[in-house]
Design a protein around this ligand. Structure first.
Ligand code: AMP
Ligand code: MG
Length: 354
């Protein structure tokens, strides 16, 4: 299949291009598009065949449900049984934005879109290109991240081209994603709201609207064995080709631990990579040292993370050491993605004695 790669200026998206992308969706095709979180791989959310095509293009297991993207709050009514008060409250504060809410689905949403579930995940993105595209597409775009299954979510058009060229009809190639991590997912179908996936909208932020919100126990467990409530979360996410270890602790302890490992690995003839903060990166001697950003700037680290993991694969390293990120909020979302990529392979050292 020939994929149209359409560069798009986010400050003034070409209406003709957006119209063409929308037409592709309405006639059953697939279009990748930028959002503020990561790039999405879109199809008509209300069409069974389109959802099937999304799974095929990604190589994704079909019991891993898709998120339905809308471009105005009024669209919500058609795809859910009823809109809970909590959803209105959250929407008022966080929509459009990087928050996905799970509600009971209406009959309009095919089971192919929800991975067989009676619930549907919905997001109203803030990215202007995404909004214009969703409107042109008829208002309901099912979209997982636009990566091949097993690769990190794409935060730049070039990664979408890498994974999807030849597999879908069109790529709307805009700017790099400003957030860089997938949306926060909150489940509103139970007795009290539960966070199923951490993201840029943090627990603390959600608590300001819903004081009784809690975090899914599987997210708190430091292993891969506790079954998660969100079906898709059971799949090991992206794992780099090299062995990834997350090293946590005081700054000096982390530097000396990683440095020792690097010299051992390198004498064993391995190619090594390190993901470190701007402050500590110069301390390491490895084949590839990637700067994750300023240690205190979690937004920057979030933006860069998935790109860095892809770069490690491009560099064919055998072992990768990544510094941990400490703190709550976005730091917790970053650690969630890092630990998943590492298969929970984490070393916890003491804090430095000074
Ligand atoms: P993404 O990987 O960004 O496409 O997000 C899709 C993820 O959203 C899935 O892997 C699930 O974890 C979650 N999700 C989507 N729909 C539902 C749902 N109805 N119930 C629970 N989790 C869902
Ligand atoms: Mg994904």
């Amino acid at each position: 299949m020939d994929t149209v790669i359409a560069k798009i200026d986010p400050s003034k998206p070409d209406p003709e291009m957006i119209g063409r992308a929308g037409e592709i969706i309405r006639s059953g095709g697939l279009v990748a598009f930028p959002t503020e979180t990561v790039y999405g791989l879109g199809g008509d959310a209300l069409s069974e065949n389109s959802s099937r095509a999304i799974y095929a293009a990604k190589g994704r297991p079909s019991d891993n449900p898709l998120i339905v993207h809308i471009a105005d709050l009024e669209s919500l009514g058609r795809i859910v049984v009823s809109v809970p008060d909590a959803a209105y409250a959250l929407a008022e504060k966080f929509w459009p934005g990087p928050l996905t809410m799970i509600m009971n689905k209406s009959d309009e949403v095919p089971y192919a879109t929800t991975g067989g579930l009676d619930t549907v995940a919905v997001r109203f993105p803030s990215d202007p290109v995404a909004q214009a595209f969703i409107r042109a597409a008829g208002g309901y775009v099912a979209a997982p991240s636009a990566n091949l299954s097993g690769k990190p979510s794409p935060t730049s058009g070039k990664y979408v081209v890498e994974d999807m060229d030849g597999r879908i009809d069109m790529i709307l190639y805009g700017d790099d994603s400003v957030i860089g991590l997938e949306s926060t997912i909150v489940d509103l179908t139970g007795d009290s709201p539960v966070i199923l996936r951490p993201g840029y909208i943090t627990l603390e932020m959600l608590k300001t609207v819903l004081p009784d919100v809690s975090v899914d126990t599987a997210l708190l467990a430091d292993d891969d064995r506790t079954p998660p409530k969100a079906p898709g979360m059971k799949y090991r996410h992206y794992a780099p080709k090299g062995d990834l270890v997350i090293v946590e602790g005081g700054r000096d302890a982390v530097i000396s631990y990683i440095s020792e490992k690097l010299s051992a690995d390198r004498s064993a003839g391995k190619r090594c990579g390190v993901i470190a903060s701007t402050q500590t990166a110069p301390s390491y001697h490895a084949d590839v040292v990637l700067d994750m950003g300023d240690a205190s700037d979690h937004d920057e680290i979030a933006r860069r993370l998935f790109g860095l993991l892809r770069q490690m694969d491009e560099n064919n390293v055998d072992s990768i050491y990544s510094e941990a990120v400490s703190g709550e909020g976005v730091a917790a979302a970053i650690m969630n993605r890092l630990l998943k990529a590492a298969g929970h392979n984490r070393i916890v050292l003491g804090i430095d004695d000074k």
